[in-house]
Write a protein that binds this ligand. Structure first.
Ligand code: SAM
Length: 242
């Protein structure tokens, strides 16, 4: 990502504040100092943060942290950095960290684009998760979508060679945009094989089946019950890191 684009980037989140429940507020106030990492413009050292050397996964926009918690509980050998701007969501994940005694999750409450740019060293991540990012459905807002070329280039640069970017969305239009943008990033390769981009979601090829690694959430189960589609995209950074 060139510097001008990074410094003047368009926000992918709205200014909504959200309401804390009392439990989220008290978790936010008491636990953020323990499990939160302040934003800095110095790359973090995961070994210092987690006290060990392990595979490192970064999740962008964890919402209420339901998926983060389930994945982190299932993989105690992997470390997770959750990035979210929404305070009630941060409070919610903090509560779950405490409730399940999770030692492998840390939270950065800041714009993930700046976190990737300033706090994450190149080629240091095993995986990046972007699950159900804000769809920004109005055409004039599409430019706010997180999965756009310059952000994907930045994410790819932070993945170790062989590391994976996993995105999921329930918006067909965004799914098609993701497919086109990810397929156009030269350093990434689609795990689902050949890509065929189309304006018609039923004709496009290159989506992955939902990997077991992404738990089915309540929200998603409800959507599937209503007949909504969900599309997963799984791309890996080419081994040569091209
Ligand atoms: C639609 S929600 C999905 C939450 C969750 N991943 C899920 O599957 O339920 C998208 C979340 O991404 C967060 N978000 C959007 N842009 C972000 C950014 N640049 N940095 C950090 N969080 C961001 C929003 O605050 C919001 O909570």
């Amino acid at each position: 990502m060139n510097d001008d684009r990074v410094h003047a980037h368009i926000r992918s989140f709205s200014g909504r504040r959200g309401h804390f429940t009392s439990g989220q507020r008290s978790a936010y106030e008491s636990l953020l100092p323990r499990y939160g990492l302040p934003f800095t413009n110095q790359p973090l050292d995961p070994e210092v943060v987690f006290g060990r050397r392990a595979r490192l996964v970064l999740e962008i926009g964890f919402g209420m942290g339901e998926t983060t918690t389930r994945i982190a509980r299932e993989h105690p050998d992997v470390d997770y950095l959750g990035v979210e701007v929404y305070p009630a969501g941060v409070g919610s994940l903090l509560r779950q960290i405490e409730e399940h005694d999770l030692t492998n999750v840390r939270i950065i409450q800041h714009d993930a684009i700046e976190v990737l740019r300033d706090m994450i060293a190149p080629a240091s991540l095993d995986r990046v998760h972007v699950f159900f990012p804000d769809p920004w459905p109005k055409a004039r807002h599409h430019k706010r979508r997180l999965i756009r070329p310059e952000v994907v280039g930045l994410i790819a640069s932070r993945l170790a060679p062989g590391g994976a970017l996993h995105c999921a969305t329930d918006w067909a239009h965004y799914a098609l945009q993701m497919l086109a943008v990810l397929a156009a990033e030269p350093s990434l390769e689609n795990m689902a094989g050949e890509v065929s981009v189309s304006d018609n979601i039923d004709q496009a090829r290159g989506f992955s089946p939902r990997p077991d690694a992404r738990p089915l959430t309540k929200f998603e189960r409800r959507g599937i019950g209503l007949g909504h589609g969900v599309w997963d995209l799984l791309f890996v950074r080419r081994p040569d890191g091209a």
